[in-house]
Every structure is written in structure tokens, then in C-alpha cells.
Design a protein around this ligand. Structure first.
Ligand SMILES: *[C@@H]1O[C@H](CO)[C@@H](O)[C@H](O)[C@H]1NC(C)=O
Ligand SMILES: *[C@@H]1O[C@H](CO)[C@@H](O)[C@H](O)[C@H]1NC(C)=O
Ligand SMILES: *[C@@H]1O[C@H](CO)[C@@H](O)[C@H](O)[C@H]1NC(C)=O
Length: 342
């Protein structure tokens, strides 16, 4: 009896292993150069694929609490979807029709170039093979600070606390020089689009958030020929950011933020909420700084002295109130922490 059971178990294990390897090969073999099928070749490919599997599977999280953990909140589990990829790579660049047509309407580009041609050009310039944010790192608990641009950072003295995180994500025009005490000086990733571009230090990854096809063309142009200097406003024709420091936010991930997290509120998500949900997928712990109004209800940026700024909240492009509700709910179930500043 026991022997039979042991044999059944063995067969089952082999079967599972077989299915696993086959499905994996099917998934990934299209990237591999399969010229000949010597046994040696097979072994090499298997080990390559295994390496990739270890790389692409979810990073092990050794934090006391890992934010992706299911079963804590049905609200979270309904929205969070591990399989949506945050970054655009040469392997995952095919957009579903519904995603493509949604994305195309965001900024109503008049004469969009062909997306396939643009992507081909894009991945000739920026690295498109790996998703460096999802790679397994030796560090088993990745703590991230997502730093928004709210005036509530002024006088907060959060600087050293922010710099103590493994990843520090900032966005758009955000400066650190002159504001180190309150906002810190470390940046690992900076999210922006052509119209909000700022130059970055040599070791900061630029995460381009493309709202139109022209944005993808711009990043190619800005790192090569410099022919694009105008979108709907003037944009820098040339940038110093190195090509291999450029990552591209996935348009399908943007739609996922809009559908799953914002439930269709606003016309499309702001860079702020796009950064927050992005961080849920690449980090194990997330601390938010510089989100929301200051204690007087003002919406200015921390580097500006203009309390009436924040007119963007009334343009109707983004639903700031709903986006705040989402981050507040994430905090209420301890998935993120919000540092409110002053
Ligand atoms: C999660 O995302 C994947 C990939 O986009 C999709 O195929 C799947 O249906 C999604 N799952 C849920 C539960 O929405
Ligand atoms: C891009 O190429 C894919 C096949 O590789 C095709 O299905 C799709 O329709 C093309 N998209 C455009 C906009 O030409
Ligand atoms: C980036 O380089 C600067 C020096 O130019 C250094 O002080 C800083 O620690 C580096 N940041 C990271 C995240 O490695």
C-alpha cells in the first residue's frame, strides 16, 4: 500500500515537473535562439530558462510584513494583480486592442505614428530585455519611499528617514538640491514624461511614463538625433540621461491602475497614483511622503511659494479626491504608510 502511494507520488511529482518545464519552455523559448537541437543546446536552454524563471518569479520577501500578501484585505485582493507587468520590455510590448485604443485617447494625439515601428526603434535604443526592478536581489526585504511633491514636506525634516530606504522614487520636476533636510538627497528612480522632464544624476533610473506614442519617439530622439523639441509644449530636444538608465512604464499597467484601482475615475491616472501602484508591485514595504495637501489645505509643490498652485486639481483630467481615497485605504489596511508632513 505504502509502496504504491510512494510510486503515485513520484509519478505525480514528475508529471508536475514536466508540465512546469514544458509550459515554461513554451513561454520563453521564443526568445531563445534555437538554431540546432543538440542535447548540449537543450541543457543550455533549460538552464537559461531556469535562470530566467528564478529571475522572474516573485522575489522572496523577508520583511516582517510583505505588502503583496493576500488574505489581509478583500478590497486589496480584488485590485492587486501580480501578473500585470509594470515595465515595458521587448518581450511584453504587445498591447491588447482595448488597451491600445484606451491609451491612444489619453492625450488625443493627432497623427500617431505606428506603434510597432516606434517600439522597434525604442528597443534599439533603450534596453528592452530584462525588467531590472523585478529581478531577484540579494536583499530580501525591499523598502521603498515614494516621494510626492506636496508642500506638506516643507519643514517636515523627513530627509534622513527617506534616504534610509532601499528605493527612493520621485516624480516630475521634483528637486532635492536645497531641500535635503525635508525631502532627502537619494533617488533611485525618477518617474516623468517629456513635458515634466528634469535632468538626473548619473546613477538615477529614469522611468518614462508615456501618455502617447510621441513620448516614446521623444525618448529615442532625445538620446540620439534630438529632432523632437515640441509635443504640446516645448520639450528638451536632448537629454543627458544615459540610454541604459531608461525604463518605460507599461501602458497596460497604466490601464490596470485606471480600471482596477481608480475604477475609471478621472480621465486617466496622475503620475502620483501611477507611482504608488507601481511601488506596490516592485517593493515589499512602501512609505509615502509628500502626498496630499498641507495642514492648511494648500496644494502647492514643496519647492514653490505659491499656495494657490494646484489648479491642476480642477482640470478634470485626474480625480485627485478618488486617488487620495485609494492611498488612504491602502494605509488603513497597513499596505502602505503615509507620512503627512506639516
Ligand atoms: C490579471 O492580469 C492578467 C494579465 O494582464 C490577466 O490575464 C488576468 O485576467 C488578471 N486577473 C484578474 C483576476 O483580473
Ligand atoms: C503590431 O503587430 C502585431 C503582431 O506582431 C499586430 O497584431 C498588431 O495589429 C500590430 N499593431 C499595429 C498598430 O500595427
Ligand atoms: C549616486 O551617486 C552619488 C554621487 O554622485 C552618491 O552620493 C549616491 O550615494 C549614489 N546613489 C546611489 C543610490 O547609489
Amino acid at each position: 500500500m505504502a509502496a504504491i502511494r510512494r510510486r503515485t507520488l513520484k509519478v505525480l511529482t514528475l508529471l508536475v515537473l514536466f508540465i512546469f518545464l514544458t509550459s515554461f519552455l513554451l513561454n520563453y523559448s521564443h526568445n531563445a535562439v534555437t538554431t540546432s537541437w543538440f542535447p548540449k543546446q537543450i541543457v543550455i536552454e533549460l538552464s537559461e530558462n531556469f535562470k530566467k524563471l528564478m529571475t522572474y518569479s516573485h522575489r522572496p520577501c523577508t520583511c516582517a510584513r510583505c505588502l503583496s500578501q493576500r488574505g489581509v484585505s478583500p478590497w486589496f485582493d480584488e485590485r492587486f494583480n501580480w501578473s500585470v507587468q509594470p515595465l515595458l520590455t521587448a518581450q511584453n510590448a504587445l498591447l491588447e486592442d482595448s488597451t491600445y485604443s484606451w491609451w491612444l485617447k489619453l492625450q488625443r494625439e493627432k497623427r500617431p505614428s505606428d506603434l510597432n515601428d516606434t517600439l522597434k526603434m525604442l528597443f534599439r535604443v533603450v534596453p528592452g530585455n530584462v525588467d531590472p526592478l523585478l529581478q531577484k536581489k540579494s536583499q530580501g526585504c525591499r523598502r521603498c519611499a515614494v516621494v510626492g511633491n506636496s508642500g506638506n514636506l516643507r519643514g517636515s525634516e523627513y530627509g534622513s528617514q527617506i534616504d534610509g530606504h532601499d528605493f527612493v522614487l520621485r516624480m516630475n520636476k521634483a528637486p532635492t538640491a536645497g531641500f535635503e533636510v525635508d525631502v532627502g538627497s537619494k533617488t533611485t528612480h525618477h518617474l516623468m514624461y517629456p513635458e515634466s522632464f528634469r535632468e538626473l544624476a548619473h546613477n538615477v533610473s529614469m522611468v518614462l511614463v508615456p501618455f502617447k506614442i510621441l513620448d516614446l519617439e521623444w525618448v529615442v530622439s532625445a538620446t540620439t538625433t534630438g529632432t523632437i523639441s515640441h509635443t504640446y509644449v516645448p520639450v528638451p530636444a536632448k537629454i543627458k540621461v544615459k540610454k541604459d538608465q531608461i525604463l518605460i512604464y507599461h501602458p497596460a499597467f497604466m490601464k490596470y491602475v485606471f480600471d482596477s484601482w481608480l475604477q475609471g475615475h478621472g480621465r486617466y491616472p496622475s503620475t502620483g497614483i501611477l507611482s504608488v501602484i507601481f511601488s506596490l508591485h516592485v517593493c515589499d514595504e512602501v512609505d509615502l511622503y509628500g502626498f496630499g495637501a498641507d495642514s492648511k489645505g494648500n496644494w502647492h509643490h514643496y519647492w514653490e511659494n505659491n499656495p494657490s498652485a494646484g489648479a491642476f486639481r480642477k482640470t478634470g483630467v485626474h480625480d485627485g479626491d478618488f486617488e487620495s481615497l485609494v492611498t488612504a485605504t491602502l494605509a488603513s489596511i497597513d499596505k502602505v504608510r503615509i507620512f503627512k508632513g506639516r
